[in-house]
Design a protein around this ligand. Structure first.
Ligand SMILES: Nc1ncnc2c1ncn2[C@@H]1O[C@H](COP(=O)(O)OP(=O)(O)OP(=O)(O)O)[C@@H](O)[C@H]1O
Ligand SMILES: O=C(O)c1ccc[n+]([C@@H]2O[C@H](COP(=O)([O-])O)[C@@H](O)[C@H]2O)c1
Length: 206
């Protein structure tokens, strides 16, 4: 298949760690929009999390690779990890458009992320440049996007209802820290990686 025929979804995230909520969101978007592939893009330096301690980009990238390996439509990109500075979505979208000229590109988010879109870099330009697929997420109401905004960007924001999974990376990190199970919230390979590399456990200096 030529690049210009392709339908590509970009699933951006911190993925600290990647979990089944991310995977279900990506797979539902892939199916609903007939995407040829979904490229997971772990954020190198998340612009909204500069005050937070984040697991190394290489660990988050490795976990994304492990989580996606069984799905023939899923890929993982190092583009934001290898780029210097803060990881702005506008830069990533433009880079994908250059890599795949003519392809139809969507940026996939959960409801919480799309509700924050106007705090991102150059949101108006971004909404002009790429279509979003905004998936439902337990605890967040997509209608909060506001009718005016939704009306103005009707062509740029596609809402997608998916089976709700009340899973978050924050909750997984907390559960590991307190010795609670995380099984079935994320792929077994990712849990094995977390255990092997001692991620999210309590460290004295914290
Ligand atoms: N359970 C979920 N259902 C739907 N979308 C989700 C879910 N979890 C995350 N997402 C979406 O996946 C993208 C990446 O999310 P992110 O890596 O920040 O995960 P998170 O679980 O929200 O992490 P954290 O708890 O650390 O903020 C965002 O667009 C987010 O809205
Ligand atoms: O471009 C921005 O200014 C921007 C600000 C906040 C978040 N994003 C992107 O939104 C996606 C989800 O972010 P997060 O923080 O929920 O992991 C991820 O790809 C981030 O790079 C992008």
């Amino acid at each position: 298949m030529e690049d210009e025929d392709q339908m590509i979804g970009i699933m951006g995230g911190t993925f600290d760690p990647i979990h089944n909520g991310h995977l279900v969101t990506a797979e539902c978007a892939r199916h609903q929009y007939d995407l040829d592939k979904v490229v997971f893009v772990p954020s190198g330096n998340p612009p909204h999390k500069t005050d937070k301690k984040i697991t190394s980009a290489e660990d988050r990238y490795s976990m994304a690779l492990l989580a996606t390996m069984s799905n023939p439509h899923f890929r993982v990109s190092r583009i934001e990890i290898d780029r210097q500075g803060l990881s702005y979505t506008i830069d990533t979208v433009r880079a994908f458009k250059e890599m795949y000229p003519g392809a139809k590109i969507y940026f996939i988010t959960g409801a919480d992320a799309i509700l924050e879109i106007f705090t991102w870099k150059a949101p108006d330009v971004l909404l002009e440049e790429v279509e979003f697929i905004a998936a439902s997420r337990p605890g967040y109401c997509l209608s909060q996007l506001g009718k005016e905004i939704y009306d103005e960007y009707r062509d740029s924001i596609n809402l997608l209802e998916i089976p709700g999974l009340a899973i978050s990376s924050t909750n997984i990190r907390t559960r590991v820290k307190h010795g609670r199970p995380i099984k079935y919230q994320l792929p077994e390979e990712v849990e094995a990686y977390i255990r092997k590399h001692n991620l999210y456990v309590y460290k004295k200096e914290e």
